[in-house]
Design a protein around this ligand. Structure first.
Ligand SMILES: *[C@@H]1O[C@H](CO)[C@@H](O)[C@H](O)[C@H]1NC(C)=O
Ligand SMILES: *[C@@H]1O[C@H](CO)[C@@H](O)[C@H](O)[C@H]1NC(C)=O
Length: 270
C-alpha cells in the first residue's frame, strides 16, 4: 500500500480483512458432505433430520435425483444431530408422489422428503450421523436395521474408520426377506427379519428387540433371524437394534478433527 492511499481505501481494506476472517471462522463451524452415486443407474438420495433431537439441518434439499456417476457437495452444521441419508430406487414422482413413488426408500413429500415425516419406507440402507456430541465425538454408522437396498460406504478425510456395506445383498438375500423386485424380477432390497414380520408379532419379537426383548441382554444377535447373512457380508454395518456389542457397528471420530464425510452409493468392492 502506498503512502498516497486515501484513508477511505485503508478503511475498506481493513473491513475486507475482517470479513475474510469472519468468513474463515464461519466456514470452520460447518463440514462438507459429498454424496456420490457410483451406481450405473439413477437413484434419488434423501435426507432426514430428527428435529426432536436438534434443529441444525444441512444446507441442501431433503431429496434429489442423482444420475449415475454424479456427486453433490453441501455444507452441514458442525452439530448436525440424528441425521440420516439414504437413497431411493426406481422412482416415478409424476404418477404417484409420496412414499410409494419409489420401489424402496420412498418418503412422504415426493422428490423432497417432508422435514417432519419424511423418513424412508424400508428396506433401505441408511447412513447416520450425530456430529460433535457431548463427549466430543462425531458418531456415524451404516445401518441395515431397516433392511438393505443399496451398497453404501461412509469415508472421511481425517483417517477415521470406514463404515460400509460394500456388497449387493439383494441377489443372495434369504428367500423370506428378498425383495421388493423390479420389473425384470431383480431384487432391489433385502428386508430385515423384523420388517418381514418373521416372528409374527412385531410388538414382542426377538427380531425387532421389542416387548420382552427390548434390552441388549434380552435381544442378543443370536436371536435375530438371518443376522449372520447381513453381518458376515457387511461386518462394518449396524445390523440390528443392539449391534454395538459387535464392536464394528458404530464408529466415532473426534469432533476436533472437523471431518468432512463422503457417502458413496455402490462403492467399489472392498
Ligand atoms: C447447533 O448450533 C446452532 C447454532 O449455534 C444452535 O442453534 C443449535 O441449538 C445447536 N444444536 C443443535 C442440536 O441443533
Ligand atoms: C405379522 O404376522 C402376524 C401373523 O401372521 C399377523 O397376524 C400380523 O398382522 C402381522 N403384522 C404385521 C405388522 O404385518
Amino acid at each position: 500500500m502506498s503512502l498516497t492511499t486515501p484513508p477511505e481505501f485503508t478503511m475498506i481494506s481493513i473491513g475486507s480483512v475482517v470479513l475474510l476472517l469472519l468468513g474463515a471462522a464461519a466456514k470452520s463451524s460447518a463440514r462438507t458432505f459429498t454424496v456420490y452415486n457410483g451406481c450405473p443407474f439413477t437413484i434419488w438420495p434423501a435426507m432426514f433430520t430428527d428435529l426432536n433431537a436438534g434443529t441444525a439441518v444441512p444446507n441442501h434439499a431433503t431429496g434429489w435425483q442423482a444420475n449415475a456417476y454424479t456427486s453433490v457437495s453441501f455444507t452441514v452444521p458442525d452439530n448436525w444431530t440424528a441425521g440420516r441419508i439414504w437413497a431411493r430406487r426406481n422412482c416415478n414422482f409424476a404418477t404417484n408422489p409420496g412414499p410409494n413413488s419409489c420401489l424402496d426408500g420412498g418418503c412422504n413429500g415426493g422428490l423432497q422428503c417432508d422435514p417432519h415425516t419424511g423418513t424412508g419406507v424400508p428396506p433401505a440402507s441408511l447412513a447416520e450421523w450425530s456430529l460433535s456430541t457431548a463427549d466430543g465425538n462425531d458418531y456415524y454408522d451404516v445401518s441395515l436395521v431397516d433392511g438393505y437396498n443399496l451398497p453404501i460406504a461412509i469415508t472421511n478425510n481425517v483417517g477415521c474408520p470406514l463404515a460400509n456395506c460394500p456388497v449387493d445383498l439383494g441377489p443372495n438375500c434369504p428367500t423370506p426377506l428378498k425383495g421388493p423386485f423390479d420389473s425384470t424380477g431383480f431384487p432391489v432390497g433385502c428386508k430385515s427379519a423384523c420388517d418381514a414380520n418373521l416372528s409374527g408379532n412385531p410388538s414382542n419379537s426377538p427380531n425387532c428387540c421389542s416387548g420382552s426383548h427390548n434390552t441388549p441382554a434380552t435381544c442378543p444377535s443370536s436371536g435375530v433371524q438371518y443376522y449372520s447373512y447381513f453381518k458376515q457380508n457387511c461386518p462394518r454395518s449396524y445390523v440390528y437394534a443392539y449391534d454395538e456389542s459387535s464392536g464394528t457397528a458404530l464408529w466415532t471420530c473426534p469432533a476436533s478433527k472437523k471431518a468432512d464425510y463422503t457417502l458413496t452409493f455402490c462403492p467399489p468392492p472392498s
